[in-house]
Design a protein around this ligand. Structure first.
Ligand SMILES: [Zn+2]
Length: 292
């Protein structure tokens, strides 16, 4: 998955200054400043393009950004964000869509650029206090944005959500969303509402999207999904009662049961997402192989 880079991710906040060799990331909206250092491979798809990137280091900028803040450390590398609206673009670097990063390498830099975009959006969206309108300030020793006028504190935005793999012991429910650019088969998914446990979210989303009741929820894994400010929690669960799907056509184009042999191979290269991992696990091991 996207966070499994083989290197340690350390986001303990430290009030430190970027050094010449530190990575200093910059974004415009949800596009990241990157340099493509290797082109894609033949037969590649959007999940594994074969493209390789480099990210800008402080030394690469013709003039250093004025406002930087420590973001995180991955392996031996420190990553900072440039909070300036515009920067002097380093030679060879261009702004590329953050969503594209899920298919590029190396894994640590793709993850850094994706997570950095989430942090950068949070800083950008909290320049003014949502309660009193005053200009906000960065807390010096923690990852907080504070209002010097009314003392409101804003913490990084992380939206919890669930992915639910519903099985009947032999098959799995796959769904396709309405009106999205990426019209791939996926699992039931949705955001946690106020007052809900994540288990409640699973039961509600499965009922809303495909009209099924579920039991025996088993937590599988979680993953940060910076593209939508989300922390996703994946569950296996068993249909309870009728297997007849009633598709919510407001949200879904289609939903149906698939045996492992029927699952399309379209996500076989989707190594970034928890959805892709769970579908591929079911396709290759089946319900019995997974103990479901
Ligand atoms: Zn305020």
């Amino acid at each position: 998955m996207i966070q499994e880079t083989g290197k340690a991710y350390d986001n303990h906040f430290e009030p430190k200054e970027a050094k010449a060799e530190s990575y200093v990331l910059h974004y415009r909206d949800r596009s990241a400043l990157v340099r493509v250092v290797a082109a894609g491979e033949r037969g590649a798809d959007e999940f594994s393009s074969g493209e390789m990137i480099e990210l800008p280091r402080l030394v690469d900028y013709p003039t250093p950004p004025e406002r930087t803040v420590f973001a995180f450390r991955i392996g031996e590398d420190d990553f900072f964000l440039a909070l300036d609206d515009e920067v002097a673009t380093p030679a060879g670097f261009t702004y590329e869509r953050v969503g594209w990063l899920r298919g590029v390498g190396p894994a640590d830099l793709a993850f850094a650029a994706a997570v950095g975009s989430q942090l950068a959006s949070w800083y950008r969206d909290n320049r003014f206090c949502s309660r009193c309108g005053h200009a906000m300030e960065l807390a010096p020793r923690s990852r907080e944005i504070v209002c010097p006028n009314c003392a409101k504190i804003v913490y990084p935005k992380i939206q919890p959500g669930v992915i639910a793999a519903v099985t009947d012991g032999e098959r799995i429910v796959l769904t396709r969303y309405q009106g999205r650019a990426l019209k791939l088969w996926a699992l039931v998914a949705g955001f946690t509402e106020i007052g809900e446990s994540v288990e409640d979210t699973v039961r509600r989303e499965v009922m809303e999207e495909v009209g099924l009741r579920v039991r025996d929820l088993h937590f599988y894994k979680s993953q940060p999904w910076p593209f939508s400010d989300t922390l996703l929690m994946g569950f296996w669960c068993h249909v309870d009662g009728s297997r007849r799907i009633r598709t919510d056509h407001q949200e879904l184009a289609e939903a149906r049961w698939f045996s492992p042999e029927e699952i399309p191979l379209e996500r076989a290269n989707d190594h970034a997402s928890l959805t892709g991992e769970m579908i591929e696990l079911f396709r290759t091991k089946g319900a019995a192989g997974l103990g479901l």
